[in-house]
Design a protein around this ligand. Structure first.
Ligand code: FAD
Ligand code: UDP
Length: 391
């Protein structure tokens, strides 16, 4: 049983060339240990398994799916345990790859923001400013309006620069400043421009949160999609397991790590900040709780936003479940914090990571990048190709 697959198949060439003597390779039950069963780990596990590699994927949580995990709550409503996850991508490759494991439900996400006592579309669009100021501008006039408010900047470096240079200080303060301070515990002037640049400004009436060419939700949920992905005779899934508990007992030839990179190296260069959230889930005995899938609260409350899951999932149910997101410094790592000083620390970890043979660092936590799900899939597919070329 301990024989490795290449030997059994009699395949030689590159494999035999880079292997240690047989006496050692025979001791490997698994070719790869994959740490983390989220998007990044699961994609690589599936790809390697389909090449005939034996894969052990471990997660310290009691479920697969990482932060995209969804489940039916005690009332039977499908909810996302770690906050709202909406799939969107411009990558046909990523969409087609995931389509092997799920059917889809078309879904275009829309968000309202509670500002000055009204609920208005965010990203800011023509309707947002008309409603907010009781105006009746057309797109051309809206563009002029934004121009009259904008404070142009020669160098756009921070998240504050991004908004103020486009729509000026007043709208910045109504929609972005306080939300960002709550979400990150930092002023937008202390955050890289890429954070708020995620949110565009529009002069038309498009009120979709995303404009990607593919926007859809897995028809039966994310977890079902992950189950299909990992349901392969070459993949063993081990939950409730920190990899450090088993790495010595179950030696594997190579490793793919998708946890926090600083933790892997025992914080040798200091702790990298990851922003956390506390999720407060509630179920209400009514069909509909709020008028939009997500409502953002930039200036009120300690939470940033409220999500009503049935809009996302399309589920019909007499009750409805919602989640409040309360940002925290401590807790499970959810967001890398994009700012120059953190990038400097990350660079040290990255150099160290690249110097360790046989370990690949992949995903939002291990490469310290504010990645959406589709970007994790794209990155994982590309790392898989690097691994496959060498194997
Ligand atoms: P993760 O999903 O974090 O998986 C890493 C896994 O590794 C975890 O399950 C963890 O338990 C495990 N692990 C860590 N250390 C160890 C260890 N020592 N031993 C064993 N296991 C370990 N993206 C979108 O595209 N659209 C959205 O709408 C969206 N909304 C989001 C909302 C929130 C609140 C958050 C936090 C993220 C959102 N994202 C969204 C981003 C999305 O969650 C990530 O891009 C994606 O899930 C990251 O996948 P990953 O596999 O890299 O990491
Ligand atoms: N943001 C904001 N006001 C909003 C929505 C977003 O200031 O109403 C800023 C905030 O800094 C947030 C960032 O834009 O962290 C990115 O927002 P997004 O909705 O993409 O965040 P995520 O879904 O990743 O938490």
């Amino acid at each position: 049983a301990a024989d490795n697959k290449e030997e059994k198949n009699g395949s030689t060439g590159a494999v035999a060339g880079r292997q240690a003597p047989n006496i050692i390779t025979r001791d490997f039950v698994f070719d790869y240990l994959i740490v983390g069963a989220g998007f990044s780990g699961s994609v690589i596990a599936e790809r390697l398994a389909s090449d005939g590699k034996k894969v052990l994927i471990v997660d310290k949580r009691n479920h697969i799916g990482g932060n995209a995990y969804d489940h039916y709550d005690e009332h039977g409503v499908l909810v996302h345990k770690y906050g709202p996850h909406i799939f969107h991508t411009n990558s046909r490759d990523v969409f087609e790859y995931l389509s092997r494991f799920t059917q889809w439900r078309a879904y275009e996400h829309r968000v309202l923001a509670s500002v000055d006592g009204q609920l208005v579309p965010i990203p800011i669009n023509l309707d947002t400013i008309n409603k907010l100021y009781g105006m009746n501008l057309n797109s051309f006039e809206a563009e002029e309006f934004f121009k009259s408010l904008a404070e142009p900047k020669e160098y756009i470096q921070t998240s504050e620069d991004v908004v103020i240079s486009k729509v000026g200080r007043v709208l910045y303060e109504k929609f972005f400043r306080n939300y960002t301070r709550k979400q990150w515990g930092l002023d937008p002037s202390e955050l890289d421009k890429s954070v708020i640049a995620r949110i565009p400004t529009r002069t038309n009436r498009d009120d979709r949160y995303f404009t990607d060419s593919y926007q859809a939700m897995p028809l039966h949920g994310f977890t079902r999609m992950f189950e299909t992905m990992l349901n392969h005779s070459n993949i063993k899934v081990m939950l409730n397991t920190d990899y450090r508990e088993i790495e010595k007992a179950i030696p594997c030839r190579e490793m793919v790590y998708t946890g926090p990179v600083d933790e892997f190296f025992e914080y040798r260069f200091g702790k990298l900040p990851y922003r956390s959230l506390e999720f407060k889930h509630e179920t209400h005995n009514t069909q509909v709780f709020q008028t939009a899938p997500v409502i953002n609260y930039p200036n009120e409350h300690l939470y940033t936003r409220v999500t009503e899951f049935k809009y996302l999932t399309g589920q019909e149910h007499a009750k409805t479940s919602i989640v409040y997101e309360y940002p925290q410094a401590e807790g499970d790592p959810y967001y890398p914090v994009p700012r120059p000083e953190n990038q400097e620390v990350y660079k040290q970890y990255k150099a160290l990571a690249e110097s360790i043979p046989g370990v690949y660092f992949v995903g939002r936590l291990a490469t310290y990048k504010y990645y959406n799900m589709d970007q994790c899939v794209a990155q994982a597919l590309s790392v898989y190709k690097q691994i496959a070329v060498k194997a």
